[in-house]
Structure formats: C-alpha cells, structure tokens
Write a new protein. Structure first.
Length: 253
C-alpha cells in the first residue's frame, strides 16, 4: 500500500532507539525525509547514519526534551533544513519509575514537551501543501487503572496528553492539521523496560504476557506502522482518534 509519504518532511522526537527509532525507519522506507532528536548523541548519530543509507535526508540534533526553550528551536531548524514540515511525531516520555519526583518529572518530560512541540510546529504544519499531521505516542496506561501499588503519575500524565491531543485536533481541523494518538501496550525491545523486567522481574513479565490474547508482547515496528499510517494521506479523514496497538491487552469495549 502506498501511504503517499514520499518526499514528506517528518520530525520525530526520541528517535534513537525503541519505538522512536522504528518510527523513523518506517518513514524513511516510505520515502520521507527526517528531523530527529534524542538525548544521547552517539545512538542518535548512529541512527542518522543508518537512516541516510536508505536515501532519506536526515537532520539530527542531540536534545533533552526537558529543555523547553530548545524544543521550538529544534522544530524551526528542522523545518529550515527540510524545507518545511508536514508531520510531527512526539515520542518522548519521562518514564514510569515511581521516584519521589514522578509527578514533576511527568509534567516536565511528558506534558510540556508535547505542548511546546505542537505550538512550535503549528505554523509549519499549517503551511504544508500535503496537510499537516501530528501523532502523539501515548500508552495504554492512560486508559485503564491496574497499578496494584496505588496511584502513580504515569497513566494520569499520559491521560492528560491524550486530552490535549484531542483538543488540538478539534482546534486545528479548520487549518488542515490532523492530530491523532497511538497508544501502545507492552512493547519489548533490547534494552527497553520490558526487556529488563523479563530478566529482573520474570513473575511480573509473565503475568503481563499472559494477559495479552496475542500471547506475546509487541514489537516497536508494529507501533511504528500505526503511527506512519495515521500521519500520512492514507488517513486524511482521521483526526482526534486514539489508536490502541496492544495485541488485545485492554479488555474494554
């Protein structure tokens, strides 16, 4: 299926590993040019080199998304390097560790980066001849309450992001900008959180795996394909939606 993304100009945050890296790969395979950021320089540079080998033009910059002043600069510079911006994918999170500063971390590393990115990207996306698109990578943790240890920030923060993305979809529809969310369930990749849990807490890992009707945890590329579909013109009449990619993990109607 031709997703119509050849020549599209796409910015992806958190693109050096895991889901973000897979998203960048699928966009590159569809013929898009890329602007990437991630916190650690070496893996980001390696990802940029690998993606350039597909023929994609790649602009990359090491960036911590908690530097809220640097995010708009990255977006503007990305648009300048690529000749505009058609797609923004927000894929960075402060994580789910229940540290004493979890609420502050969630606000600084999840909520405000998406707010700042969207604000900075809006004029560029509005100018897109293809029609601008934003995809937020969220989580199924925003859609159910299962934490036996009591309330934590991660799901609540992500639920707030889902709400903001849906609000943007309504507000920006008249400007030709679509905003959608993809909510992965448990996703496993080398060095990722579920890979560590499989080794460090196999009982928890198995309890989660057993709850997934598909019989396994997901893979980054399975999330990436959903993101890329929603981002492109194959989904031109889809906005304000939350596409769950979880192998049936959630038991909702």
């Amino acid at each position: 299926m031709d997703l119509g993304l050849s020549g599209a100009r796409v910015a992806v945050t958190g693109a050096s590993r895991g889901i973000g890296r897979a998203i960048a790969q699928v966009f590159a395979e569809e013929g898009a040019d890329l602007a990437l950021c991630a916190r650690t320089p070496e893996p980001l540079a390696e990802a940029a080199r690998e993606l350039e080998s597909t023929g994609a033009k790649v602009f990359s910059r090491p960036l911590d998304v908690t530097d809220h002043d640097a995010l708009p600069v990255f977006v503007d510079d990305a648009a300048a390097e690529l000749g505009g911006l058609d797609v923004l994918v927000s894929n960075v999170s402060g994580g789910s560790a229940p540290t004493p500063d979890q609420w502050e971390r969630g606000f600084a590393a999840d909520v405000m980066p998406f707010v700042r990115l969207a604000e900075a990207a809006e004029p560029h996306l509005r100018s897109s001849e293809r029609g601008g698109s934003v995809v937020l990578v969220s989580t199924t943790s925003a859609l159910h309450v299962t934490e036996p240890a009591g309330p934590r920030s991660y799901g609540a923060v992500k639920a707030a992001l889902n709400h903001h993305a849906a609000s943007l979809a309504r507000a920006w529809a008249g400007e030709g900008i679509r905003v959608n969310t993809v909510s992965p369930g448990p996703i496993e990749f080398p060095g990722g959180g579920w890979d560590r849990r499989r080794n460090n807490d196999p009982e928890l890992y198995e309890s989660i795996r057993e709850r997934i009707p598909h019989g396994r945890l997901g893979r980054p590329e399975e999330v990436a394909r959903a993101v890329v579909f929603l981002a492109g013109p194959a989904a031109t009449f889809v906005t304000g939606q939350n596409l769950v990619v979880d192998g049936g993990f959630l038991d909702r109607v």
